[in-house]
Design a protein around this ligand. Sequence first.
Ligand SMILES: Nc1nc2c(c(=O)[nH]1)N[C@H]1C(S)=C(S)[C@@H](COP(=O)(O)O)O[C@H]1N2
Ligand SMILES: [Mo]
Length: 404
Amino acid sequence: MKRREFIQKASLTAIAAAIGTEIVYALPKGYEPLALQDPDPFKMFKLNEEMVVLNNKPWNIEAQAHLLNDKVTPNSKMFIRNNGLVPLDVDAKTWTLEINGESVKQKKSYTLEELKTKFKHHTYQLTLECGGNGRSEFDPPAKGNQWTVGAVHCARWTGVRLRDVLEDAGVKSNAVYIGYHSADIHLSGDMNKEPISRGVPMSKAMQDETLIAFQMNGKDIPLVHGYPLRLIAGGWPASASGKWIQRISIRNKVHDGTKMTGKAYRVPCSPVAPGEKVKDEDMCIIESMPVKSLITSPKTGAIIKKGKSLQINGHAWAGELEVTRMEYSIDFGATWKTCKLEKPVNRLAWQHFSASVNFPKEGYYEVWARATDVNGVSQPMLLPGWNPKGYLNNACHRIAIKVQ
Ligand SMILES: Nc1nc2c(c(=O)[nH]1)N[C@H]1C(S)=C(S)[C@@H](COP(=O)(O)O)O[C@H]1N2
Ligand SMILES: [Mo]
């Protein structure tokens, strides 16, 4: 029997008992008991093989631009962002959601079944982008997952309106914010600590599209994306969309859970110079995400024949706003041409764009894409305002094309 198979068939303790405890120290350096070894994330999360793993403890995995070409993002191409450990032994049959807090009229608890039968179901396609998407470009660099462009997805979420549930429990007139509490486990293993507990102001909580979701793309939500129950607040940093939610508190002040305070998911209230130290009290909570777009086809590095036009496709989104203009440039932003831009299928869903691009002669080109929101605000061509945690990089996306 090969050593590897042997280890798999017997626990280390059993081996130690059979051969003597010294065996543990005789193992090659870096050898880990099977129970501590990482399973294959591609198999475990059913991921497309081109997804990129940024971190394994906790799991953080991003897409590449060309993987996001689908109009509705499938599970296999959705980025994964965890602050703690995915809860194990999740039992949908016994799962409950409690509504409590200073500003609830009557504390109330619902089973999954009650939520599904008592309230009307709604389905929306909703854009969720991590606040740190694009962080890898900041200089001086910001700590945290070095997301490039792939921490965004737009899936179809089905659930009940958060508003309907909050109103069923009763909302006091002094309500300010809601905060979620979830079942995931703090990296330290300390069950008294929450990996993350964020939320949104009442005005966002009460929007039609803010859901307590139990389905994604027509099926049960995959475990890593929040099964069996997830808050979805489209257009806001995805950290507001709590996975595995067990409790929602209606607060009489801005929610002060883990990663709501300090510098987490906040940017300087006024612009700062790159690298400048910013006091916590000068940091403001990120709300609606800025205008952004992604060229999802072709993949960067494509080669085309001289004289042929190139079809480009992609998506554009602007937090709570609609994108009203989409342009591309093949001369590094010197001149811009208009793309065809579709309306969103519903509010807070990304919009599709396409264009047929002609190149004047052979050579190396970059195709840049720029979206403009309904307020006339466009994406910057370069990295926008530096901030200590590297949030909100909405610079124009670019792909390289060789014409020969
Ligand atoms: N309970 C819980 N909810 C969470 C998180 C988490 O770690 N735990 N991460 C948040 C962050 S920072 C992001 S970007 C999104 C990622 O959602 P996804 O993994 O489904 O793509 O979930 C949010 N909700
Ligand atoms: Mo995030």
